[in-house]
Design a protein around this ligand. Structure first.
Ligand SMILES: *[C@@H]1O[C@H](CO)[C@@H](O)[C@H](O)[C@H]1NC(C)=O
Ligand SMILES: *[C@@H]1O[C@H](CO)[C@@H](O)[C@H](O)[C@H]1NC(C)=O
Ligand SMILES: *[C@@H]1O[C@H](CO)[C@@H](O)[C@H](O)[C@H]1NC(C)=O
Ligand SMILES: *[C@@H]1O[C@H](CO)[C@@H](O)[C@H](O)[C@H]1NC(C)=O
Ligand SMILES: *[C@@H]1O[C@H](CO)[C@@H](O)[C@H](O)[C@H]1NC(C)=O
Ligand SMILES: *[C@@H]1O[C@H](CO)[C@@H](O)[C@H](O)[C@H]1NC(C)=O
Ligand SMILES: *[C@@H]1O[C@H](CO)[C@@H](O)[C@H](O)[C@H]1NC(C)=O
Ligand SMILES: *[C@@H]1O[C@H](CO)[C@@H](O)[C@H](O)[C@H]1NC(C)=O
Ligand SMILES: *[C@@H]1O[C@H](CO)[C@@H](O)[C@H](O)[C@H]1NC(C)=O
Ligand SMILES: *[C@@H]1O[C@H](CO)[C@@H](O)[C@H](O)[C@H]1NC(C)=O
Ligand SMILES: *[C@@H]1O[C@H](CO)[C@@H](O)[C@H](O)[C@H]1NC(C)=O
Ligand SMILES: *[C@@H]1O[C@H](CO)[C@@H](O)[C@H](O)[C@H]1NC(C)=O
Length: 833
């Protein structure tokens, strides 16, 4: 927890008088968020401060006048793991447990098969104490203090999402100040620049570093590396991972001086005087190394001292020392634009240059809506993904933004909805930011997860993870005691494989698939092949997962719909990917094919017309649980959406319409995402995406707009809960854009490469968006698509085949009709409407 006393001590300093117009430098596209007050204290970090990031580093700026407080993050800075406890083993059982647990697993399975209602109370034997699981840790605060006093006027701060730069301008005394902060991906550095915009000189400026507001982190050493560079060295915990930050100051102006002064023991400040402008650039790193996350390295995750690599980024001869500030800014904007600007969304938004974003957000109402704010939140999601996904590690529960030494749920990698949701829109909106996610699986999940497969499941092929992962290969069932209802989720690896398959499907990057995608898919499938067992309860000749429960939801039972649907989709991906994988292991392929036919598909209609969450019909009509686990096949999966009786062959011969009707009943009964268990944003945007999948525009928009009204802070961060001290959790920031898109364009996956891709244009268009357009979305099969609409009707539709490598049948649907069917071809460019 952040100390509120310190927050108060730093204080706001001076009174602010507000303006009522966006600043003149605000993007003319309207693509920015702006405020007429600085961010409040530390306790409002999640509500008011504005994020910048490049994936390696992140920062939150509160945009104050006299003293700017910039909260720092380094992506791999974690407490726990082998850095804190040398015996840390990923929360796993040990080799000598294997035989006993294998026996116990048999006992558990028999108990479930034989129990009158097909459930048992717990699987405590399988869990393991979390041990030194650790948490993502904030990297302290940079304090930039101007020697100015007195009242401010004309204050405005904003985030320019066309440029990925945070800016603040104000007048104090007779001086007009202009400060900007950004984190650039090409240089792996963050930069904060300040100058004056009238003829006044820049007053004296002091840069210092502090962890006073971050209790629990050992006090680091701050020293003068040279006269313009602060060097900060410390550890995340004690003992713990080492980190270093180098922060270098440059000042312009003929009389400018930059001096670093030791301030007592282990402390230092940099003073800038007589300058016309000043900027500080910082880089940071740790001695964490994902490449050392395997048995050969003793799972040490220990890398080199970060100092040399930081010097290589910021030292003499680097772009950071030789480039002029405006060149660094320009290269940052060019890099960001290249990633973000090819895709374009328009939902008929009208930029409002006279209402600050917090007021727009406060005025926002469910169903009434505001296309401008919705559009901003969509763009903000893409902005946050560029700022958090492009490091060596993927975006975590808070992206990469976390203020404390111990953050909610460790700001870890929860892989039973949250991390998946982080990446839902990436492929469709043409953002190649996903490979760090796959590197993370390969380097930190697979090696330790192979041990988990062996010791916990007596399975010698492939690997497994459960619901919560850190960066130290935590793959066991986390928690100890009866935590299995949360932790017993060995399908997390299979769900994450949707993303691996989708990356191939959208990009057609076969070289990547052969080297990384296929080995991931195969090793996860190998595990699940061995884990499926004959159903000795229903005796229906199917293979089931047992024990299982829905993510975070009991009972502990057999044949959970979620598990069965996810594994079925995984097996389909194996069959689809095999021909281009370069793999010749046909025995493996045949085993997948055989077991895929035999396995229960997890599609069953229950006593009150619902899609059953478990193979035993135990669903309660009043269960409004936050997760929609059994509806995974509706969205983001396709086991329900594309249900095909000829392929899925349920014993009951359900028709597609019957299954969709059952899913609809389940979705209705699951409520609107405000329930006794939780009231978070992610559950609402998931519901919104499902309603869009069902083609129900009014329910879709109700849920989407409800999430915006209820779960987003003034700075548009997604909040897990309401009220004071609300927790920031980034998933809904990423789920919102995905859900919004699902109302406009859908291209559900299919079981086989011989299946036709169905593309649904404007499947759930709300009346609030009567006109708009999408440019350069990517579709499965390597297609690109652009379309526009007016008066709620499609007005143009263009399809291109830039990345098409294999010809596929594509059907385009609009308003319930197939408007065109064609065969894709490389380089095609067809105007369909
Ligand atoms: C554990 O796996 C081995 C090798 O597959 C097998 O021989 C043994 O029967 C398994 N043990 C149990 C209790 O299932
Ligand atoms: C299953 O039956 C047991 C024993 O009667 C009972 O304790 C348990 O609550 C039941 N579980 C469910 C989900 O109905
Ligand atoms: C701040 O500025 C005032 C007036 O220009 C000057 O007298 C004072 O020494 C400065 N303080 C510091 C700490 O530089
Ligand atoms: C601002 O400028 C005016 C006119 O030159 C002067 O009277 C006043 O003292 C200045 N204010 C400050 C805070 O420097
Ligand atoms: C202040 O810095 C900004 C950002 O680099 C720049 O656009 C502006 O021209 C500068 N203003 C002056 C007066 O130098
Ligand atoms: C730092 O600057 C001060 C003042 O200009 C100077 O006396 C000192 O020698 C410099 N130190 C280094 C290490 O360059
Ligand atoms: C720099 O200092 C010199 C000597 O004090 C002075 O004459 C000159 O005006 C100053 N230049 C600026 C830009 O402040
Ligand atoms: C470091 O020095 C600065 C400036 O003197 C001071 O404000 C800060 O409290 C010091 N920090 C520590 C940890 O002593
Ligand atoms: C399934 O078969 C087992 C033995 O193989 C038997 O004990 C059980 O009663 C059967 N269950 C049903 C529902 O037929
Ligand atoms: C499902 O269809 C199969 C094949 O047509 C048929 O043999 C079977 O009886 C049907 N099952 C039900 C429950 O109608
Ligand atoms: C959401 O559901 C709760 C509980 O049923 C209900 O009280 C509330 O009115 C609903 N709100 C919206 C906006 O749907
Ligand atoms: C959308 O869902 C609601 C709630 O189930 C239902 O009342 C309405 O008829 C549905 N609309 C459409 C177009 O299916």
């Amino acid at each position: 927890m952040v100390s509120r006393l310190v927050g108060a001590a730093i204080g706001l300093g001076s009174a602010i008088s507000a303006t009522v117009a966006a600043p003149s430098a605000f993007p003319s596209s309207g693509n920015g968020i702006w405020y007429t007050d600085p961010g409040r204290g530390f306790e409002y970090w999640a509500d008011d401060w504005l994020p910048v990031g490049n994936g390696y580093l992140a920062a939150m700026v509160n945009g104050r006048t006299t003293q700017e407080v910039t909260q720092l993050n380094i992506e791999s800075l974690w407490s726990g793991g082998p850095f804190q406890d040398p015996t840390y083993n990923g929360g796993n059982k040990v080799a000598s447990d294997q035989a006993t647990i294998a026996q116990e697993m048999q006992v558990i399975r028999q108990a479930i098969f034989q129990s009158p209602n097909g459930t048992i109370d717990n699987v405590e034997q399988l869990t393991t104490d979390a041990g030194a699981y650790g948490s993502y840790v904030g990297a302290g605060f940079l304090l930039a203090t101007l020697n100015v006093t007195g009242d401010s006027s004309d204050f405005v701060r904003w985030l320019d999402m066309d440029a990925a730069v945070q800016r603040t301008s104000w007048t104090q005394g007779n001086t007009s100040f202009f400060r900007e902060t950004f984190c650039s991906h090409p240089t792996q550095a963050c930069v904060q620049h300040i100058n004056t915009t009238n003829s006044s000189p820049l007053p004296g400026l002091t840069y210092a570093y502090s962890v006073d507001a971050e209790s629990g982190i050992p006090t680091p050493t701050v020293s003068c590396f040279d006269n313009s560079t602060l060097q900060i060295t410390g550890t995340a915990s004690s003992p713990g991972m080492a980190f270093e930050i180098l922060a270098r100051v440059s000042a312009s102006g003929t009389n400018a001086s930059v001096t670093c002064t030791p301030a007592g023991k282990n402390n230092a400040t940099i003073n800038v005087n007589g300058a016309s402008a000043s900027w500080i650039a910082w880089v940071g790193g740790t001695d964490y190394d994902a490449d050392a996350g395997n048995a050969a390295s003793g799972f040490s995750f220990k890398g080199a001292d970060p100092h040399e690599s930081l010097i290589a980024l910021l030292g003499p001869g680097t772009a950071m020392t030789s480039s002029a500030y405006h060149d660094l800014l320009a290269s940052h904007i060019a890099d960001y634009s290249a990633l973000i600007s090819r895709f374009h969304l328009d939902i008929g938004q009208k930029p409002d240059f006279s209402t600050p974003t917090d007021q727009l957000r406060n005025a926002y109402q469910t169903d009434v809506g505001d296309p401008y704010l919705e559009w901003l939140l969509f763009n903000f999601g893409r902005y946050l993904l560029t700022g958090s996904a492009r490091g060596a590690l993927p975006a975590n529960l808070q992206g990469k933004w976390a203020i404390d030494s111990s953050n909610p749920w460790g700001a870890d990698y929860h892989s039973n909805i949250n991390i998946q949701m982080n990446y839902w829109f990436a492929e469709l909106t043409d953002m190649d930011v996903v490979t760090p996610l796959f590197d993370y699986f390969e380097k930190t999940w697979a090696p330790r997860g192979a041990e988990t497969a062996q010791y916990l499941y007596n399975i010698s092929e492939g690997w497994v993870t459960h619901n919560e992962m850190n960066i130290f290969g935590h793959t066991g069932m986390k928690g100890g005691g009866n935590t299995a209802s949360w932790a017993d989720y060995p399908e997390s690896n299979a769900w994450m494989m949707f993303h691996v398959w989708d990356h191939l499907d959208f990009t057609q990057d076969v070289a990547w698939f052969k080297s990384q995608g296929w080995p991931l898919l195969k090793s996860v499938a190998q595990f699940h092949l061995q884990k499926l067992v004959p159903d000795d309860r229903f005796n229906d000749s199917t293979l089931v997962v047992v024990p299982c429960n829905s993510p975070e939801q009991v009972p502990i039972t057999l044949g959970c719909a979620h598990s069965q649907q996810v594994i079925w989709q995984l097996f389909n991906a194996i069959e689809k990917g095999f021909p281009i994988s370069g793999d010749t292991d046909t025995a493996f392929l045949n085993e997948v094919r055989t077991k895929r036919i035999q396995m229960d598909k997890g599609i069953r209609i229950g006593s009150w017309g619902q899609l059953q969450e478990w193979k035993v019909d135990l669903d309660l009509p009043w269960d409004t649980h936050r997760h929609l686990s059994h509806l995974i096949g509706l969205y983001p999966g396709y086991a329900v959406t594309g249900y095909n009786p000829a392929v899925q062959q349920t014993a009951q011969n359900y028709t597609h319409d019957e299954v969709i009707a059952a899913a609809t009943i389940s979705l209705i009964h699951r409520g609107n995402g405000t329930g006794p268990d939780a009231d978070s944003g992610w559950e609402k945007v998931w519901r919104a995406a499902c309603w869009a999948q069902l083609g129900n525009a009014s329910e879709f928009y109700h849920e989407l707009s409800y999430s915006l009204e209820r779960n987003f802070a003034p700075n548009l961060f997604s909040l897990y809960s309401q009220g004071e001290g609300a927790i920031f959790q980034i998933d809904a920031n990423f789920g919102f854009p995905a859900a919004l898109l699902n109302g406009l364009i859908q291209v559900p996956d299919v079981p086989s490469t011989s299946d036709v891709y169905d593309v649904f244009i404007l499947p759930a268009l709300p009346t609030n968006w009567p006109s708009g357009s999408i440019k350069n979305a990517r579709l499965r099969g390597g297609l690109g698509i652009s379309f526009s609409w007016g008066n709620s009707a499609l007005t143009s539709l263009q399809v291109t085949g830039e990345s098409v490598t294999a010809r596929r049948q594509i059907r385009f649907w609009h308003q319930g009709e197939v408007i065109r069917q064609l065969t894709s071809s490389p380089g095609m460019n067809v105007q369909l409407v």
